[in-house]
Ligand binder design. Structure first.
Ligand SMILES: C[S@@+](CC[C@H](N)C(=O)[O-])C[C@H]1O[C@@H](n2cnc3c(N)ncnc32)[C@H](O)[C@@H]1O
Length: 226
């Protein structure tokens, strides 16, 4: 026998107010995955950066860009085309990484929690005490499938990235970060507002339906932090 719906439940479903839309089932080989294969990108996540670029136009020719959590390099594949040979691109990842043969592209194996260790390598790459025009990060912590734990790990990771940007990004320039946004997000936005004049939140279409990740675009770094 079918369970009978209570009258007010039925009304809520009918008006679409009581039940959340079910997320699409997880599909590993979705349209972005197939497109990435066809277009020779190393990961589907490149389409998230492409959407961010189409909306905010953050990457420009000749720029000096740092990509944190860069493996397997699809964001670097895309970015290097825009910055061209006069630009410089540094990729950082905790994983063992491929070396690029172009002199204007470099990779460093490093845990972002030890970012102060890379000052010497950045100086060698950009010139002494020079900094980046743009820092992008697609880092995510290892997930446990406990939403409260994962989102806090993401907040902690991103606070470290804001600190990295406070040291390695030029004043007036911009930072992009991926965050699992939930109830502790204010701990991160506190740090972003200390260092940047504007903060925008964007969820590209390429983010999977069931994911709670969003991208934060922090613009106009202050000369001195507040
Ligand atoms: C989603 S993947 C990045 C994909 C990349 N944007 C691309 O398009 O190819 C996240 C990366 O962050 C790196 N990562 C995670 N924690 C890190 C840490 N503490 N320091 C540096 N890299 C980290 C992982 O090794 C992983 O390669």
């Amino acid at each position: 026998m079918k369970p009978r719906l209570k009258k007010n439940n039925y009304t809520a479903q009918k008006k679409g107010t009581g039940k959340k839309k079910k997320p699409a089932p997880y599909q590993m080989h979705d349209e972005y995955f197939k497109r990435a294969k066809k277009e020779w990108y190393r990961a589907r996540s490149v389409y998230k950066l492409i959407e961010i670029q189409e909306k905010y136009e953050l990457i420009e020719p000749h720029m000096h860009v740092c990509d944190i959590g860069a493996a397997p390099w699809s964001w670097m594949q895309y970015t290097k085309r825009i910055i061209g040979e006069d630009g410089k691109l540094l990729g950082i990842d905790i994983k063992k990484i491929d070396k690029y043969s172009q002199p204007n592209i470099q990779t460093i194996e490093c845990d972002i929690f030890n970012y102060t260790d890379v000052r010497g390598e950045v100086d060698d790459f950009l010139g002494s005490d020079k900094n980046f025009d743009l820092v992008v990060s697609d880092i995510a912590p290892n997930t446990t499938w406990r939403k409260d734990i994962d989102q806090y790990a993401s907040v902690e990771l991103n606070i470290e990235i804001v600190k990295f940007a406070s040291e390695f990004l030029k004043p007036g320039w911009n930072l992009v970060m991926k965050v699992f946004k939930w109830e502790d997000f204010s701990d991160l936005s506190f740090w972003i507002k200390k260092h940047f004049k504007n903060m925008y939140e964007f969820k590209p279409k390429a983010v999977r339906d069931r994911s709670f990740e969003v991208y934060i675009i922090a613009k106009n770094k202050f000369d001195e932090w507040k």
